[in-house]
Design a protein around this ligand. Sequence first.
Ligand code: 13P
Length: 249
Amino acid sequence: MRTYFIAGNWKMHKTASEAVALASELVKELKDGPHKYMIAPSFTALDAVSKVVKGTNILLGAQNMSTDESGAHTGEVSVLQLKDLGVQVVILGHSERRHTYKEDDAMINRKVKLALSHGLEVILCVGELLEEREAGKAEKVCEDQTRLGLAGVSAADLKKITIAYEPVWAIGTGKTATPEDADAIHAFIRKIIADMYGKAAADEIVIQYGGSMKAENAQALLAKENIDGGLIGGAALKADTFKPIALCK
Ligand code: 13P
């Protein structure tokens, strides 16, 4: 059986007490789960959720972080503050950060390198807009975001990187990429990693799919050779909808 990396991105949902309630349920439900797990609550719930998942098989993730370690950056959260709360993984380059908050590849790359330098694992998100897909540019967009996001990352540090392919048109829309379409882009990203780091690194890297993944489609997506896990939004907000994905065989 393959081991998948199943991660929940809770986005801007849940108060601290609601987050604690869901995390507590997941700790119970997934304690014998066969896969690697992560949940990423909002910053405001990290401290409380950290206490719930400590010592369990669920990693604590953050949804973003600053490009800088400290300083005059009103409203930002630093890698040192995340580490202090027990955060182990950080999601960087999410499409909502790229498109709503105008984060560019250079900024995302600074964040990636800073997170790695402090020993955090990184989920680097890449993915094309609908108009880019329709213009035949999906591969090019994913290639650029992968190469620029990983610029200057050593082969040793690549082991701490997961790539999440999240086609923007499939996020929160109910439209999932077909398993075949997703697998084709995953295979393409693996080829880029092989070009940058060699075949062994490309075979090893975990590439998650994200975008309306749910119990009904998870099995078919995860059955594909190049899909090694999921980064789940909406379906991660309830134990009932996350658990069937997290326990997929
Ligand atoms: P949905 O699962 O709600 O489409 O969100 C996917 C996502 O953006 C996870 O980061």
